[in-house]
Ligand binder design. Sequence first.
Ligand code: SF4
Length: 372
Amino acid sequence: MPVAHKTRNLSAVGSYARDLAAVATALASWYKEERHRYAFRVGRTPYRTWITEIFLQQTQIAAAQTKLAEFLARFPDVASLAHGPERDVLAAFRGMGYYSRARNMFRAAKVILQKHGGAMPVTYAALVKIPGIGHYTAAIISSIHNNEKILALDANHARVLSRLAAIDAVPGRTAFKRAVEDTAKVFFESAMPPGDTNEALMQWGQTICKKTPRCAECFAQTHCAAFQKKCVSTYPRAKKRETFIDVQWVLGIARKGATYQVFQATHDFPFLRGELLFPGYVDAMRHGTQATVPQRIPPKKRQQLEEMAGTQPVAFRHAITRHRISVKLVATAVLPGGEFFNLRELRERCHSSFMQKVIAHLDSLEDLTNAS
Ligand code: SF4
C-alpha cells in the first residue's frame, strides 16, 4: 500500500520504499520502450545539452527544433558563442522567449571560455558557479554528462512526484523541494543512468501524469498514493493565487527625419533592462513604482508626457511576468542624448516582443513630431 509522504511512520518506511522501488523498475521498462527519440538528443555534448535546455525552457519542442538546429549551426561551440557578437546571439534566439536568457547564455559562454578554456564543465559544482546557469540546468547537464544523481526539478517532476507520494507541502517551498528530492532518490538508485532518470520522470509527467492525468494507462497506479486516496486532482497542492500588478507605460515617440529616438534601459528600470526602448515612464499605480527611460528625464518633459497620455487611448496591452501593462504612445520632441534608428534598424536591434509590438503600432500614430 502506498503511504502518503506526511503520514509516513517507521513501520511503514520499508513497504513505502519497496513500492517506490517497484515504480522505479516499471518506469525504466516503460522508458525503454517509449522514450522520445528527438533529433537534438543524437550526438549530445555538454554544450549542446546546455543550449537545448535554454531553448526548451519556454518553448514547445516542436516549435523550437528548427531554431535550435539553426542556432547550433551558427554557434557550434562555447568559443563561437562567446565571440557572438551579442546582437547575432539575440537575433538567433528571436521567438524563443525572454531575451535575458540569450544574454545570460552569451555572458556564461564568455566565462566558460575565460575560466575553463572553452570546455563546458560537467560537474554540478562547477556549473552552478557560472553566472546564468541555475540549479535546473546544472542538474540536467551533470546528470546526463557526469552521472550525478541530482533531480532537475521542473513542473513535470513536481506533478508526478507530489502525486506519487501525496506530498502535502506547497510547490515553491523548501519543504516541497526536500520531499520531492527524497521521493526521487529511489529512482536515482535504479539501474537507469541518472540523466535518463531525469528525462524519464519528465516524460512521464508530460505524457501520462499530465494536468489531467491518464491514470488508467499509468504503470504506477497500484503504488500511487494520490490515486489510492482518490484525490489525484488535489496534487500538487495549490499555490497562493498570484496577484497581478497593473502598470501604465507611456512611451514618447520622437522623430528626427526618418529615424526614431531610443535609449538603452538602465539596470534600475523594472523591465527589459539593457534593451533599446523609446523614452517614457512606467507607473505601477497601486504599488507606487515609477521609473523613466532615460533614467534622468527632465521633470518638464515627464509632466508633458503625463498630460498628453491623459488624452490618449491605450494602444495595446502587454504582460511581463506578473505585470499587466497598458501601453500609451504619444508624439514628442527629441530629448538630449539617446540614439536614432530608422524602422528597419529598430526591427533588427529591438529584440523584445514588447518593442516589436510598439514598432508595429508606429504607423498608426498620427501627428508625429518631426523635431529635426
Ligand atoms: S496513477 Fe495517476 S496520479 Fe498517479 S502517477 Fe499515475 S498518472 Fe499520476
